[in-house]
Design a protein around this ligand. Structure first.
Ligand SMILES: NC(=O)c1ccc[n+]([C@@H]2O[C@H](COP(=O)([O-])OP(=O)(O)OC[C@H]3O[C@@H](n4cnc5c(N)ncnc54)[C@H](OP(=O)(O)O)[C@@H]3O)[C@@H](O)[C@H]2O)c1
Length: 308
């Protein structure tokens, strides 16, 4: 078992590490099998991407997603708009993908340049092709407990906890952050009535002064903020599980919400690199294959698939 060792004055604490790589591998093995089934039925699943501008980190993410798509057997058409593109051009690109019946999933790489309205772009994506699960219809489905694409990072965190056999059912899970991509949908997901969820979820944010009184009693703490080092050892109950979802980039350097020394108190913790990130990417492709299945089922009238 992988452990994180942190030496204090008196003793060595070891937190079990919770890598995301094996979780992603398991998810992607399932995706590969489902892609093969679709292809045998004559359907080539696809993930269409739109990048605006030349931010090197975003361009790198898009390259990685396209490479992964190709490896997994997805078609991955791409539109690259200049950084000067206006909202109308972005809408046109989204519409082009929305209206193409061969395309199953559409992604607008975040962040878009500051002059563009990213939430409006998400709203313009056909909900049937909403691979990030961030369209209000997808979030509404999540809130209502209906099937639909689930935002990738929350889905990845649930999968990571399940894979590493960390039960959350009936336990106190504290999510620090209520953002739309992570904290809010994760709180909805983990409070659903399912064996890998069913948790007593508390959501914290900047409107809760002294939030550490909640994290200190939690069985599982998920940091979903984007403020480097905001969660420190003294915010955790000894033996608690600490999941680092929030990150900020300083150039290419990744600065996580979980202070490095959290491993001295936590019973289990995601590693600084290779924790939640790989599961997020895997869930993107799980959403993509699911959208392709649903659309091909819709076009063939295979209602059994539509009910999944
Ligand atoms: N690992 C991955 O693959 C992945 C994927 C997606 C997102 N992320 C990361 O996850 C983080 C959250 O993403 P998001 O889009 O949900 O972010 P967001 O919309 O900016 O939400 C951040 C949340 O943190 C809260 N917050 C900020 N400062 C705080 C403080 N000092 N004390 C308590 N709460 C505080 C905010 O509270 P208010 O609501 O009161 O403002 C807000 O609810 C970001 O770092 C993002 O980069 C990671």
């Amino acid at each position: 078992m992988a452990v994180s060792e942190t030496r204090t004055d008196s003793e060595v604490h070891t937190a079990r590490l919770l890598p995301g790589g094996p979780v992603a591998e398991a998810v992607l093995a399932d995706v590969t099998a489902r892609v093969a089934t679709l292809r045998r039925a004559g359907v080539v699943p696809s993930l269409a991407t739109i990048l605006v501008g030349d931010d090197s980190a975003s361009a790198g993410y898009i390259r990685m997603k396209q490479q992964r798509a190709a490896d997994l057997g997805f078609a991955s058409p791409h539109i690259h708009l200049p950084g000067t593109a206006g909202q109308a051009e972005l809408f046109r690109a989204i519409r082009e993908f929305n209206e193409d019946p061969q395309l199953h999933a559409v992604l607008v790489q975040h962040p878009t340049p500051a002059h563009l309205d990213y939430p409006a772009a998400v709203l313009a994506i056909d909900p049937a092709k909403d691979v990030d699960g961030l369209h209000p219809e997808s979030l509404g489905r999540l809130a209502a407990g209906l099937p639909g694409p689930v935002p990738c990072t929350p889905a990845g965190i649930e999968a990571l906890l399940a894979f590493h056999e960390i039960p959350v059912a009936g336990r106190d899970v504290v999510v620090l952050g209520r953002g739309t991509t992570l904290g809010r949908p994760l709180s909805l997901l983990l409070s659903q009535k399912r064996p890998t969820a069913d948790a007593a979820v508390t959501v914290l944010h900047s409107g809760v002064p002294g939030w550490e009184r909640h994290t200190r009693r939690a069985d599982v703490v998920v940091a979903a903020v984007g403020v480097p080092g905001i969660v420190r050892p003294e915010h955790l109950r000894p033996g608690a599980v600490a999941i680092g979802g929030g990150v900020r980039y300083q150039g290419r350097r990744l600065l996580p919400d979980l202070d490095e020394s959290c491993g001295s108190v936590a019973g289990a913790i995601t590693p600084r690199v290779g924790g939640v990130g790989p599961t997020t990417v895997a869930m993107l492709f799980r959403n993509a294959v699911e959208l392709a299945e649903r659309q091909s089922a819709a076009s063939t009238g295979d209602l059994e698939h539509l009910d999944r």
